[in-house]
Design a protein around this ligand. Structure first.
Ligand SMILES: [Zn+2]
Ligand SMILES: [Zn+2]
Length: 130
């Protein structure tokens, strides 16, 4: 009987030891994965032109880079409404005399600015260099 008890103890011991060893070996084998830092994605600039021919901005020759051009606007004279002649202010008089406001030309010239039609107001034009 004594031998049987010892054997039983050994078996129990092995039964306890084997799983312990297995777990230990298992834990040793586990390599904790080291997280490598992910490469930071550099965002590509959206404005990068992928065309070979890049338009060059050239100062608009028409407006000199101003974006607007001066021109002479011709309007009908406000006083004579283009008739060149106005009636005399005297009551009952039908005498016509040259409009004093426009000097008898019937038109009024005035300097005005308008958006440069060549560059569209940008002041520069785009030219493709070769
Ligand atoms: Zn007039
Ligand atoms: Zn222009």
């Amino acid at each position: 009987m004594k031998k049987a008890i010892i054997t039983l103890l050994i078996i129990v011991g092995i039964c306890l030891l084997v799983p312990f060893l297995l777990v230990k070996v298992f834990l040793d084998r586990i390599e904790i994965p080291v997280k490598e830092p992910e490469p930071v994605a550099v965002p590509e600039p959206a404005e990068v032109e992928k065309v070979e021919k890049v338009p060059q901005k050239v100062k608009c020759p028409d407006c000199g880079g101003e974006g607007c051009i001066q021109y002479t606007k011709t309007e009908n004279c406000a006083m004579c409404k283009g008739n060149k002649l106005v009636k005399s202010g005297m009551k009952g008089s039908n005498t016509m005399y040259p409009c004093p406001k426009c000097g008898g030309s019937g038109v009024k010239k005035k300097t005005a600015w308008k958006t440069c039609p060549k560059c569209g107001g940008k002041g520069y034009i785009e030219r493709f260099s070769r």
